[in-house]
Design a protein. Structure first.
Length: 205
């Protein structure tokens, strides 16, 4: 889907893409999941954020980053001076992968095959939005963006040239902060996360 091929009607192309994604069977994750959680945000956004996959609440709401990780995300981008309503937010994998334990649905990491299967959608979203900077939140997003395994600690917080000519920027996933038991460490990591986001925002300005 290119801008030229759709006569410049990017909104319509995006809606068609999202509708197509709602019926995606590229991997088996669509079976137990409630629905496809597609990306959202203005299609002229200068920044695109890529998360891992929808969580329990996102799976039910049909929207990315609305659960606990989403709250950390909103707070951190706000502190970095980024208005969520101006950015496009999506996930590397668009169905919630979980293990049922009683009534609870426990998050499971998407594997390489699932990331690869879903990568096509992220690429199409990127072709429509053409963001100046694509921020990968965590290892799954970074793997989707770069097509290989990367070490977040080594690659974070600096521009990375992407195959499509865009610029990538890697940082941690907000849920990493929720898993840190040590309060001081969590505050330090949170501050570093905000700094990464500020750097990405400067690049996108
Ligand atoms: N975590 C993600 O990576 N994405 C979401 O949409 C929610 C939680």
């Amino acid at each position: 889907t290119s801008r030229a091929a759709t006569g410049g009607n990017i909104e319509a192309a995006w809606a068609a893409l999202r509708d197509e994604a709602m019926a995606c069977t590229r991997c088996d994750l669509f079976r137990p999941a409630t629905q496809t959680v597609f990306g959202e945000g203005p299609l002229d956004a200068r920044m695109m954020f890529v998360g891992e996959q929808p969580g329990d609440q996102e799976d039910l709401a049909g929207k990315p980053f609305v659960g606990p990780a989403g709250q950390v995300f909103d707070k951190a981008i706000g502190e970095a001076g980024i208005d969520r309503s101006t950015v496009y937010v999506t996930n590397a994998v668009k169905h919630f992968k979980f293990e049922q334990r009683g009534k609870r649905r426990i998050h499971q990491k998407p594997d390489a095959g699932e990331i690869t299967a879903c990568r096509w959608w992220v690429e199409q979203e990127s072709l429509l939005v053409k963001p100046k900077v694509t921020v990968a939140l965590g290892a799954t997003a970074a793997r989707s963006l770069l097509g290989k395994t990367v070490t977040i600690g080594r690659e974070r917080g600096r521009p990375i040239e992407l195959a499509d000519g865009g610029t990538g920027w890697i940082t941690i996933h907000p849920s990493f902060l929720l898993r840190l038991p040590d309060r001081d460490r969590a505050e330090e990591e949170y501050a570093m996360f905000v700094e990464d986001l500020k750097g990405a925002a400067r690049l996108a300005a």
